[in-house]
Structure formats: structure tokens, C-alpha cells
Design a protein around this ligand. Structure first.
Ligand SMILES: Cc1cc2nc3c(=O)[nH]c(=O)nc-3n(C[C@H](O)[C@H](O)[C@H](O)COP(=O)(O)OP(=O)(O)OC[C@H]3O[C@@H](n4cnc5c(N)ncnc54)[C@H](O)[C@@H]3O)c2cc1C
Length: 334
């Protein structure tokens, strides 16, 4: 579906960052379109969130649905599609206009907010999908407290793997740290701290299979290079900390990235390309969390508003939103 009207902003991605950006941009009366492959992003894939302020324990889908409804309430429109590219041209006044291409059509906009997040790299072993959310976690910062008092394992030899093992060692009786090599890539100061009685290093090893019943109960680990040498670890949690997959193709050459293909931003969410802003996990921020992505989404939207005012002479209209505009939860997306 193509729509040739010009949006004030197009937000790529409807995770915590994109949905919050949409709430803020719509409240500034910016014509906002969220183009996204799903609603809720990573947060919608977990059933237990207990560190989002003000809401207590909540499921990811419920929390993200609240975000979505709030964005719709203020007028943001949604299109379910994959963004495949963004092209910049200059208008008659020499200011940037962007064409956002998707697998279903093209949209034109005066600004873009990139919030297309990350995908945690998976192990791709039997049982991983089955026990996702039932013992397998991709975020120690988020889920560690849920495993207090239980034996767990961590896979990964970088800073996040070692960090996760150290965090878990404070609340779990036993932590296995599984790594494919015999040396860690993490900073030496962190590796030194691994010398704890309840941390066991399982080096030159990889997970072969994840086993359990209604929840994860054990892992089969094999030696790298000799699949006959296996060992079964009795654990109730597995933290997969083996990095992220970043899909930066859609913006390559358009905005500056760091070595890990994360988008470089200013303190106000500006990228190196005037008119393009970015927020959340896809940027260079250190901590990848819902509340942090949401905060950066708000920042990027407010900066985009300021940009439109300065560069495009945009005048947001004051609107009395009123509670009467609360949408019907069954309202279709687009
Ligand atoms: C299993 C799990 C549990 C977690 N638990 C917690 C927790 O308890 N507490 C916490 O604070 N954090 C938690 N996190 C981390 C948290 O979910 C993320 O930090 C946060 O959701 C990131 O939000 P984001 O909007 O930056 O990106 P994402 O959530 O990654 O959203 C990206 C969005 O972009 C869309 N997208 C991607 N590519 C394209 C494209 N080409 N075209 C269109 N759309 C695209 C995706 O469909 C998605 O909607 C957890 C993460 C995982 C995976």
C-alpha cells in the first residue's frame, strides 16, 4: 500500500523506542507514521517484565499494547511492513525529504526516526525455541532475579557473558560459564572476578541440546572439535549472551555507524544526517532496556519536532486530546 502524502515523521520500528517516539511526535501534532514489522519488538517476546517503572509485574505483550494504544490515541498511524531502504533528496528550498521504501510500497516524509532495534543472536540448537521464556533468557539484566536460588548457565565469552555470570553468581548457588574458546574476549578486570567458588568455567565447549519438561532442566554440552565428549549440566536457567544481529542495510551510507553497526547519535538523538534521528537499542547507548529505549524515543521525537520547526517552518497545532479519543482496542492497525 503506497501513500504519497508527506508525513512529518516516519518512525521505523514499533518497539519501546518507536512507540514512545510516536506518542511524543503525535502529541506535538506531527503527522506520524510507524512502519514496523511487528508491534512491541523484543519486549513483546517476554512474559515477565518487572523493572518497568510504575506498573509492577507485567507481560511484555500487555505493556507494549498499552504503548501502542497510547500512540494511536494521539493519532499515530501504523503500517505493518519491512523498511528496505531510505533515500534522501532535497526539496525546492534545499531541505531534505526522505522516501522510505518498504516491501509493500513507499512513503514520503520530512523526517525519520530510526528505532529498528536488535535481534539477540541465538544458539540455534534443539530446545532453544521450546524453552524460550521457560528457562532460556537473552537478557541477564532483565531476568536474573527470576532465577534466584537456582543453578544456571551462561553462554558467551565477551563482556556481556562474563558480566551475566558475575551478576548471577551473587544470587545463584551455581553458575556455569560456557565458552567456545579457552580465552575470554571480555576485559581482563572482569575475567579476574570470575574466580568465585560458585562459578565453574566450561571452556572449549558449546551447547548441543537444551532439555526439560514444562521448563528447562538440563543442558548437553560438548567439547569443540570432539562431539563425542559430552556432559549434561543440571540447570534451571540458560542465559544466552552471544551478541546481537544488527540489520543495518537499510541505512548504510546514510548515517554514521560504529564498528558494531550501531547508529551514532548525539545526546539529543540526532544522527549524522540532518532530518534523521535514532533511538533505542539500535543506537550506541550502553544499556539495552525498555525504559531506556522509551526515554530515547521521547528524546528523538522532541528533537525531530524542533528540527521541523527550524528547518521546515513546522507549526504544531495545539490539540485538546481528551479522554474521549481513547481508541477501541480492536481498531485495525493501519
Ligand atoms: C526475551 C527478552 C526479555 C527482555 N526483558 C526485559 C525486561 O524485563 N526489562 C527490560 O527493561 N528490558 C528487557 N529486554 C530488553 C528490551 O526488550 C529492549 O532493550 C527494548 O525492548 C528495545 O526496544 P527498541 O524499541 O529499541 O527495539 P526493539 O524492541 O528491538 O524493536 C524494534 C522494532 O523494529 C522493528 N523492525 C526491525 N527492523 C525493521 C525493518 N527493517 N522495517 C520495519 N520494522 C523493523 C521490529 O519489528 C520491532 O518492532 C528484554 C529483551 C528480550 C529479547
Amino acid at each position: 500500500m503506497s501513500d504519497q502524502k508527506i508525513y512529518d515523521t516516519i518512525i521505523v520500528g514499533a518497539g519501546a523506542a518507536g512507540l514512545t517516539a510516536a506518542i511524543y511526535s503525535s502529541r506535538r501534532a506531527m503527522k506520524t507514521l510507524l512502519v514496523t514489522q511487528d508491534i512491541g519488538g523484543q519486549a513483546a517476546t517476554t512474559n515477565e517484565i518487572e523493572n518497568y517503572p510504575g506498573v509492577g509485574l507485567v507481560t511484555g505483550p500487555n505493556l507494549m499494547n498499552e504503548f501502542k494504544q497510547q500512540a494511536q490515541q494521539f493519532g499515530a498511524k501504523f503500517a505493518l511492513a519491512e523498511v528496505t531502504g531510505i533515500i534522501k533528496r532535497l526539496d525546492d528550498r534545499g531541505t531534505p525529504v526522505f522516501t522510505v521504501s518498504t516491501n509493500t510500497g513507499q512513503y514520503i516524509t520530512n523526517s525519520v526516526i530510526l528505532a529498528y532495534g536488535l535481534t539477540h543472536r541465538h544458539l540455534d540448537v534443539p530446545g532453544e525455541q521450546e524453552f524460550g521464556g521457560k528457562g532460556v533468557s537473552y537478557c541477564a539484566t532483565c531476568d536474573a532475579p527470576l532465577f534466584k536460588g537456582k543453578p544456571v548457565a551462561v553462554v558467551g565469552g565477551g563482556n556481556s557473558g562474563v558480566d551475566a555470570a558475575l551478576l548471577l553468581s551473587k544470587i545463584c548457588p551455581k553458575v556455569y560459564l560456557i565458552h567456545r574458546r579457552d580465552q575470554f574476549n571480555a576485559e581482563a578486570v572482569l575475567v579476574e572476578q570470575l574466580k568465585q567458588p560458585n562459578i565453574e568455567l566450561v571452556l572449549n565447549s558449546e551447547v548441543q541440546e537444551i532439555r526439560g519438561d514444562s521448563r528447562l532442566r538440563s543442558l548437553v554440552v560438548r567439547e569443540v572439535g570432539d562431539a563425542t565428549k559430552t556432559r549434561e549440566l543440571q540447570v534451571e536457567g540458560l542465559f544466552v549472551e552471544v551478541g546481537y544481529v544488527v540489520n543495518s542495510k537499510l541505512i548504510e551510507g546514510l548515517v554514521e555507524l560504529d564498528q558494531r553497526k550501531q547508529i551514532k547519535i548525539s545526546f539529543d538523538g540526532e544522527t549524522s544526517q540532518p532530518g534523521i534521528f535514532a533511538a533505542g537499542d539500535i543506537t550506541i547507548i550502553s544499556f539495552k532496556q525498555i525504559v531506556i529505549s522509551a526515554g530515547w524515543g521521547a528524546t528523538a521525537a522532541l528533537k525531530a519536532y524542533e528540527y521541523l520547526q527550524k528547518v521546515k517552518g513546522f507549526r504544531g497545532v495545539k490539540i485538546d486530546w481528551g479522554l474521549a479519543q481513547k481508541p477501541n482496542p480492536t481498531t485495525p492497525l493501519a
